[in-house]
Design a protein around this ligand. Sequence first.
Ligand SMILES: [Zn+2]
Length: 284
Amino acid sequence: MPVFSWFLPDGRLLISYRPAIHAARQGAIEDDVRALTRTCTAILEDEIRRRPEFWMWMHNRWRTRPPGTERAQPAGAGPPRRGARMSRPAIFMDRDGTICEEVGYVNHLSRCRLLPRSLEAIRGVNRLGYLAVVATNQSGVARGLFTEDLVRAVHDQLRGWVESGGGRLDALYYCPHHPREGAPPYRIECECRKPRPGMLVRAAREHDIDLSRSWMIGDSLVDLEAGAAAGARVVHVLTGYGIGLRDNQPERFHVQPAHTATDLLAAVRFIAAQEGRAAALEGA
Ligand SMILES: [Zn+2]
């Protein structure tokens, strides 16, 4: 029943339904689901008032912003708040199947290969003025197939390729966890594994990203769901698992993408066109 739980990067629990559940276990409000719901609602609204950026993560299920959360926060009070200064939009990109070929687990540097137009696409992201951010699930770490060192080496290699091609990746995030496979500390119900939006929310906090002006591009359903949960718009690409999902499992799309593109470059061109800035990509 803990529907909502949110952990800080250092592992501390920020919020969950636990206080209300505790009350229910004591029999204080047994059989009264409405009272429990009201209690949970009050707890969550109070948390959102204290941490307005939290609403970004919640808003997909929580359409109405609780009263009192629009006020500007005092300067220097805690982490960055959603507001005027969190103004840079990002284009979040999945790694395997979107920037790189989908080959199953990338358990060796040699298995990471760029898709043909990815460098041009990332240069386009740079030219449009979006932060270029990679967000990738790497549960192979939890499963014991490879180490975080390998993930970092793959990302160093990827950064190198992008920079050699005249582009820039502003940040790369990965989730090494799995809820049921492997051993601690990687075996955990984390907040970063897509379809959860933890990597995007963390990026927003660390790079002052306005998620509502951002996009997520990916080939998998979890990419679309993570992007939507973070409050970003989403584009589905047909590389990787994308074409098979579109053709064989259309009923699984619980999040409808704003667009379906043949590949990452086509997705970036769509985004540019949406903003009326297609010309900015010429010669990228
Ligand atoms: Zn994780």
